[in-house]
Design a protein around this ligand. Structure first.
Ligand SMILES: [Fe+2]
Length: 387
């Protein structure tokens, strides 16, 4: 008989035009908000102006903090913390891609804590983060990370040289507003990488040791939505049906993996990203087919079930082996069609770094959730395969 836990205390608004809910949500949570965003795109396309207008309409005061850069170091978070503690804000609103949403999330929680952010890294940090911060509203502008519904945020810890997580049950956003309209200006390269990240979330969650019936249902539907619309959104950035599928798929994948955990592809993609600046989604896209091959003997039924998500026609006469083969080559082919690089060598990775990357893969939580137990040697072999 089944027995599991599932926890997701985030109010979700989804749909084109759903940004319009921000004023009503914000005013119930605070009077003075800090808007966390990146330096450019959301300002240039008018989304920040729209957000400010909607807040002012409801009488919410605001300040802007636009210091987010891709893959932020923890020091950036410390600087933001110092500034907002002076400004006496009582609400954080993050609008942007994964790094921005992660930074906003940590900022809102640590605003109520005395120490520098480094103190809260890792599992000891989880124990220390035992009370709520100030409320946080997350507004994603890419379809990929699922950060709007998860309770951790990733930073580069300059003192250890690792990408590390700050996580807590108190770190969930209070609300997430997923408006696919905000993703239509995302360039194809980013659509491809973030979309493959979302697909990897869905698939790794479905296969994870931590999966349960709820996470599997969410993951399955996310894979279906992403599989039917990722290439379309890449080819036709203004296709709002495809954008909506991607935004919903990414959201549902986040709702799944936040509870189930991920797998070996995510374990390896973090050190690859940190040491060689390979975008997270690109690393995952390269690793995903290899992760499926690595898991196939222990996850044959699950992978064969996913056949239905990728192929409309029902091949009832196909054997399980044929379905597994078809899923793996389809995922590989999709990355190729999205013009995602296929080899580590072309991205400047040196073979001499393989051992260190492999060792560091085991410092993430993701690899512990991989269906088949992996060794350092296994990771080295996977790296060799994508070299
Ligand atoms: Fe990811």
């Amino acid at each position: 008989m089944n027995s599991f836990h599932y926890y997701l205390p985030v109010k979700v608004h989804f749909g084109i035009g759903s940004l319009g809910n921000i004023g009503d949500e914000a005013i119930t949570m605070g009077k003075r908000a800090v808007i966390v965003c990146g330096k450019k795109s959301m300002k240039e396309n008018g989304a920040i102006d729209q957000l400010i207008h909607l807040l002012e309409e409801k009488g919410v005061e605001w300040i802007l903090w636009d210091g987010v850069n891709p893959e932020p170091e923890v020091e950036v978070l410390n600087q933001a913390l110092l500034q907002i503690k002076d400004e006496k804000v009582d609400l954080v609103i993050g609008i942007g891609g994964g790094s921005t949403l992660d930074l906003g999330k940590a900022l809102a929680l640590l605003a109520e804590y005395p120490d520098k952010a480094e103190v809260y890294f890792g599992s000891q940090g989880v124990q220390k983060l035992n009370k709520p911060g100030i409320p946080y509203i997350a507004i994603p502008t890419t379809a990929g990370t699922g950060s709007e519904v998860t309770n951790n945020s990733v930073f580069i810890n300059a003192s250890t040289g690792l990408k590390q997580s700050i996580a807590s049950p108190f770190m969930f956003p209070k609300a997430a507003i997923i408006d696919p309209d905000l993703t239509k200006g995302v360039p194809p390269k980013v659509t491809a990488a973030s979309g493959m990240d979302a697909l990897t979330h869905g698939i790794e969650s479905y296969l994870s040791r931590g999966a349960n019936d709820i996470t599997k249902t969410l993951a399955y539907q996310s894979i279906k939505l992403i599989s039917r619309s990722l290439k379309r959104a890449y080819d036709h950035p203004g296709d709002m049906e495809a954008r909506a599928d991607m935004a919903e798929g990414s959201l549902m994948a986040g709702m799944a993996f936040g509870n189930s955990g991920l797998g070996i592809a995510h374990g390896i993609s973090h050190p690859l990203g940190y040491h060689f600046h390979i975008p997270h989604g690109v690393a995952n896209a390269m690793l995903l087919p290899k992760a499926l091959k690595f898991n196939r003997e222990v996850a044959k039924i699950e992978i064969a079930t996913l056949y239905e998500c990728f192929f409309a026609e029902n091949k009832a006469n196909y054997s399980m082996e044929l379905k597994v083969d078809a899923v793996i080559s389809h995922v590989e082919e999709l990355a190729r069609q999205l013009n995602i690089p296929q080899s580590l060598e072309t991205l400047g990775v040196k073979k001499a770094a393989f051992e260190q990357i492999a060792l560091e893969s085991f410092s993430s939580r993701s690899i512990k959730y991989n269906k088949r137990e992996a060794t350092v040697q296994d990771v080295m072999e996977i790296l060799e395969e994508i070299y």
